[in-house]
Design a protein around this ligand. Structure first.
Ligand code: SAM
Ligand code: SF4
Length: 487
């Protein structure tokens, strides 16, 4: 396995494949008498969202427009960007792929591609080969920059093309046309892959070894995002704190560089690992007004024994020490986490220790997961797997507790007036707007008519406003807009 940086030659191939595909789709569209469309179906985390923005950008450069139909199969090019973390992800994918058999039979020109983390698991690739021969292309997340070349070759050969590699590539964002989903938020991966090998996790196998992007490239991208009017940047990596740039540049340097752009009202980042998070990063969060006052720090378990079995190299005391430092330094900040229930060998006592740790950390929100064995990971072969009914019972008790703290966190906002970055309008069509505070609390709010605010076709997306919080709910708060900033 090697880490390979893309070259100018790769870029030439990339551009020429895109041009060739554009000609192909233009003439196919002319034959069919309509503009051809694409649909990228995204599962999983923000890194997958970021990859999908690149896939969409590439497809748009090929002259395709995004399908508006909302149906899975309502497009001429369909790309699945899969995730192998979520439970039932495989049932989801294979269930959906079955739908495309008839579509492909009725229209041989439709292109179906499957990529993402699930395609790094050999069993899944074999299953696509054997049971879904009408899938045109299988590719892996490490080779996103080869997607146009592979798609062109699959269409030319008119035969299923499977291209999975053991090498880890690193292509800078400047390589890609990116179609950002949100006009105010830019996802900026700063590193790819993971070296931590937590024993339950498929990510190091699916996403390869850790590799950091070039510091100057990242800063150049941030500068162009600031110039383009983006209000929020989200720095992404499986473990951003282990970023290693040239000349010893660290994640703290990136955070400082990003927050130096005053155009950004919010600088966010995901995820942090307790073994690498430095006090320096927390100090920057406290000092710099546009760095979000929200830390997502996965605890996973409250038992030192389980943490050790998970290959998470910290103790629960160390975790709580970081939590304390954050709470003391970043006043009013929110601390969120990931917790796994039912890891192999987890005893009742271990689980009780998790509840004790939750009671100490008082997380503002928690993503709770039932352990699910991922083929290929170390823990999948551990002998003492926990029976499903025990996992379900523990999971119920844990979520009841974490929900209580989440609700308390929301309740603390009631009566306050807070700055909110507007994300959009509710799908219910009742003119309820939503947005987030700098602590990442979700706020739903209305706009009193007497304020005479002109709403416009973009529903104020990306604007900052002040909202008076009136009521707390379990996962959000309700409020009323007081004023729109920049008016
Ligand atoms: N790199 C991030 C970190 O360590 O904080 C986490 C990334 S992972 C995509 C998100 C979460 O999924 C993990 O923190 C873990 O709680 C959960 N997860 C991963 N593999 C799992 C598994 N096999 N069963 C249950 N939950 C899992
Ligand atoms: Fe998975 Fe652990 Fe890496 Fe997070 S740090 S991606 S949980 S292996």
């Amino acid at each position: 396995m090697a880490i390979i940086k893309t070259t100018d030659l790769d870029k030439l191939d990339f551009d020429s494949a895109i041009n060739e595909l554009k000609e192909y789709f233009d003439s196919l569209g002319a034959r069919k008498g309509r503009v051809l469309t694409y649909n990228v179906l995204t599962y999983g985390c923000q890194l997958n969202e970021s990859d999908s923005e690149k896939l969409s950008g590439m497809l748009a450069s090929m002259g395709l427009t995004q399908s508006k139909g909302g149906e899975l199969d309502d497009a001429d090019v369909i790309v699945f960007n899969t995730c192998s973390i979520r439970e039932n992800a495989d049932r989801h994918l294979f269930g959906n792929l079955g739908v495309f058999k008839t579509l492909k039979k009725n229209d041989r020109d439709v292109v179906i591609a499957v990529g993402g983390c699930m395609m790094k698991v050999p069993e899944n690739v074999e299953k696509v080969k054997k049971s879904y021969p009408y899938v045109d292309l299988v590719f892996d997340p490490q080779q996103l920059h080869k997607f146009p070349v592979l798609m062109r070759d699959a269409i030319r050969k008119n035969k299923q093309l499977v291209n999975i590699t053991a090498d880890d590539y690193i292509a800078e964002d400047s390589f890609f046309p990116i179609d950002r989903k949100r006009k105010f938020r830019a996802l900026v991966p700063i590193m790819y892959g993971c070296n931590n090998f937590c024993t339950y996790c498929i990510v190091p196998y699916a996403r390869g070894r850790e590799r950091s992007r070039d510091f100057n490239e990242i800063v150049a991208e941030l500068a162009s995002l600031a110039a383009d009017g983006y209000k929020e940047v989200m720095l992404l990596g499986q473990n951003v704190n282990s970023y290693k740039g040239e000349d010893g540049k660290t994640f703290a340097d990136i955070l400082r560089a990003a927050s130096d752009f005053k155009e950004f009202s919010r600088v966010r980042f995901m995820s942090s690992h307790p073994k690498d998070l430095s006090n320096e990063v927390i100090d920057i969060m406290a000092e710099r007004p546009n760095v979000e006052k929200h830390l997502h720090l996965a605890m996973q378990s409250g038992s030192d024994k389980v943490l050790k079995d998970m290959n998470r190299p910290y103790t629960i005391d160390r975790f709580l020490e970081i939590a304390d430092y954050f709470r003391t330094k970043v006043e009013g900040g929110s601390l969120t986490t990931d917790i796994i229930v039912g890891f192999p060998g987890e005893t009742d006592e271990d689980f009780e220790e998790t509840l004790v740790a939750v009671n100490k950390a008082k997380f503002d929100a928690a993503f709770t997961f039932q352990y699910s064995a991922r083929p290929g990971t170390k823990a999948a072969s551990y002998p003492d797997q926990i029976p499903a009914d025990v996992v379900t019972e523990r999971f119920g008790r844990l979520t009841e507790l974490t929900n209580r703290y989440a609700e308390e966190s929301n309740a603390r906002l009631a009566g306050k007036t807070m700055e909110v970055l507007i994300e959009g309008i509710s799908k219910a069509g009742d003119m309820t707007f939503s947005g987030r505070t700098i602590t990442n609390h979700l706020v739903n709010f209305t706009i009193p008519e007497e304020l005479g605010i002109e709403i416009g076709p973009d529903y104020l997306e990306g604007r900052l406003c002040e909202v008076r919080i009136e009521r707390a709910r379990p996962y959000s708060v309700d409020g009323v807009l007081v004023s729109l900033k920049g008016e």
